[in-house]
Design a binder for this molecule. Structure first.
Ligand code: TXA
Ligand code: MG
Length: 350
């Protein structure tokens, strides 16, 4: 049984007790829900990989209540310190060289000489991290390869029964995962776009380097930058200018005519609203679309810079060819099953 904890004094103290004794607790952050475990305890970290069915070569982000505790575990240069002052708590993850006296275990960093650290902007979760008093490893709280969870119900759908507890901190404000910036070398490399944009970072530390995609495999240089990710079961078709009768529509702004099932990311064309509704929309269209026998999800273009870059990154991963044969195989998505409540879909059925 997975306990559902409210983000009150009793819930926070229970969550801290579970984490300190090696249990797994999912909690909200401003980006998505994380599946937390004590990053100093290899057994707890092994259970995170197990619960998510995540490949062990893909390292985890360690979460801290403040920059000072984070920098006890990694070597922070001037760039890292300046970014921490400007953006923490907030949706920015820094990849930095590990300190020899750091407490993050090897399994959490997949044996790399670097570690990813961040201070999330979620009050209750910061209180929890303070109470735990140790680095807390937390990948997104979904099965590996599936759509990230942006509320407590999403976590239960994917991991209910597999983890000790979910601390329900409500829906995530931002909705897409943190920006990941590699500062372990002299070049600052943007490994994953997020709500802290390239322009935001460049305003503090100067020009960034974007990682080169492998032109043949599409693979990215980051250990976990898998091209197919965030994948719903229905195939995803990007930049749609029309929608077929047997497709669901993920709209942005003025919706296309047609489509039996529509989820509008933002009628007003707002990027912050679109990011916060992205994963819930993919889940809802996938679930309801499958029930209605639809054959895919058509996605309207999301143009622009800033947060639009992060939204397009997640959408292109959702649309990328899946590992293995066929669309659905090789993708351990959190398939909705018996006893699970359907996600709330803003029905807009044509
Ligand atoms: O917003 C977020 O970042 C959420 C919340 C829970 O904090 N977490 C999250 O974790 O998205 P995850 O594990 O789903 O994504 C972390 C990414 C992975 O792509 C991983 O490969 C990369 O960060 N990463 C972690 N440690 C790294 C390292 N030492 N070097 C390069 N990339 C690293
Ligand atoms: Mg993830």
């Amino acid at each position: 049984m997975t306990e559902r904890l409210a983000a009150d004094t009793a819930g926070l103290s229970r969550a801290a007790e579970l984490l300190r004794s090696g249990g797994l607790v999912a909690f909200g952050t401003e980006t998505v829900y994380g599946l937390g475990g004590d990053a100093t305890d290899p057994l707890a970290v092994a259970q995170i990989f197990e619960a998510k069915n995540r490949p062990h070569f893909n390292p985890l982000i360690s979460h801290f209540a403040d920059a000072e505790s984070a920098f006890e575990n990694v070597v922070a240069d001037e760039r890292a310190r300046a970014l921490a002052v400007r953006f923490w708590p907030g949706p920015l993850t820094l990849v930095l060289p590990r300190r020899v006296d750091g407490r993050i275990c090897d399994l959490a960093t997949a044996g790399l000489p670097t570690a990813a650290v961040r201070v999330p902007a979620q009050e209750a979760t910061l209180t929890l991290l303070r109470a735990v008093g140790r680095p807390v490893a937390a990948p997104s709280a979904n099965r590996s390869g599936a759509v990230s969870p942006s509320d407590g119900g999403h976590v239960m759908d994917g991991l209910g029964g597999r983890i000790a507890a979910v601390l329900d901190t409500g829906p995530c404000r931002v909705g897409v995962e943190s920006t990941v910036l590699d500062l372990s070398g002299s070049a600052a490399i943007l490994l994953r776009p997020g709500a802290v944009t390239a322009e935001d970072i460049e305003a503090v530390i100067g020009p960034l380097t974007w990682p080169a995609h492998d032109s043949v495999s599409g693979a990215l240089p980051g250990p976990g930058m898998l091209k197919s990710h965030y994948a719903p079961r229905l195939p995803v078709r990007l930049d749609a200018s029309t929608v077929a009768d047997d497709e669901a529509l993920l709209a942005f702004g003025l919706p296309l005519q047609g489509g039996r099932l529509v989820w509008n990311l933002s009628e007003a064309g707002r990027l912050d609203e679109a990011a916060s509704r992205l994963f819930a929309g993919l889940r809802a269209l996938d679930y309801e679309g499958a029930l209605l026998g639809l054959r895919g999800i058509a996605v309207q273009p999301v143009p622009g810079n800033g947060l639009a870059v992060a939204i397009r990154d997640r959408l292109s991963r959702a649309a990328a060819p899946r590992p293995g044969s066929g669309f659905a195989s090789g993708n351990e998505s959190d398939i909705p099953g018996e006893g699970q409540s359907p996600p709330r879909l803003q029905r807009n059925i044509a």
